[in-house]
Design a protein around this ligand. Sequence first.
Ligand SMILES: *Cc1c(COP(=O)(O)O)cnc(C)c1O
Length: 403
Amino acid sequence: MTTDWQAGRLNSELTDAGFDTLAVRAGQQRSFEAEHSEAIFTTSSYVFRSAADAAASFAGERSGNVYSRYTNPTVRTFEERLAALEGAEKCVATASGMSAILATVMSLCSMGDEILVSRSIFGASVSLFDKYCARFGIKITYVKIDDLAAWQAACTAKTKLLFVESPSNPLAELADIRALSKIAHGADALLVVDNCFCTPVLQKPLALGADIVIHSATKYIDGQGRCLGGAVLGRAELMTEVVGFLRTAGPTMSPFNAWVFLKGLETLRLRMHAHCQSAQQLAQWLEQQPQVKKVYYAGLASHPQHELAKQQQSGFGAVLSFEVEGGKEGAWRFIDATRMISITANLGDTKTTITHPGSTTHGRLQPHEREQSGIRDGLIRVAVGLEEYSDIQADLQRGLAAL
Ligand SMILES: *Cc1c(COP(=O)(O)O)cnc(C)c1O
């Protein structure tokens, strides 16, 4: 329904466009109403001109929308825009970050396959792998994120996927994406990178050799803590498999959420840079405080993988953690003494958040497992938001004063 002049203006000049231009304009398809901002198509199905057209559409002989579990124009615009930003052939939007991971595993793995998983990943991802994937005969093996020899040694003829998040949560450990992609490809496996913490603004895993990128759009892509969503990106032939699972099983993205994420992408780079700037300043300030034993942030020269972070990321992200004196009691006293920062485990919001990983996100781990993963009792995680920097620091100063 797009008229020629509208389609021409929208698409022909974007081939060499820069990141910021793609973030604002990629994927838009105007309707005959000539709306300037992207429309929200809240419709579950689409109509056909004739019974014959309907039959041809259902038979896949005719392109076009059939049902919103399959395709939706607003969702497609989001997919095309995120694909442009990640440099991916194709993007598939999902109902949440978790359903993006589920769709990847369900569409690409079978009973008897093996997945190598970084030890440092999101808690719900661990549950998905251990409780559900394992139940259906997929073997899960955990590997230390930065131990390349261990990744290599864990590969077998049945290894299908290597799965990492980088930087990790909450300790900001990095996966060497280039090296892991070589190990994966040597084993005829695919490297999957959850790029939620960096977004394409700070890191482009596909350009570093990864095969699949996963997003929880819930975090920085939304950026204001409103909607749940996710995405899987990669080569068209792989994404065809993922689409096949999603349109059958149903965890697809709602058009309203897609629209919120589209608006989020338009300001993503500006927001990420502001998040990173405050996080860097805060990490450096925390490192100088005598009550703080250690700060975990890849932007610090003291971080053991600072050089790798500089090579594969263009910024260090906005999630940092630090250890205070006094174990759990100390950490809780610190958190309870803050007045502005939100006590919540979410991240990627304009609002700064604070959490005690040992008793929340990592609370289900046994004490020795927590110790092994470096999640000490005095550890506090802060996801730095977009409030005035001085106010964030002043609030954390209240926490320090309470120790
Ligand atoms: C939040 C998160 C997820 C899960 O995303 P949802 O949108 O909450 O389902 C996956 N990976 C990482 C790194 C996350 O932070």
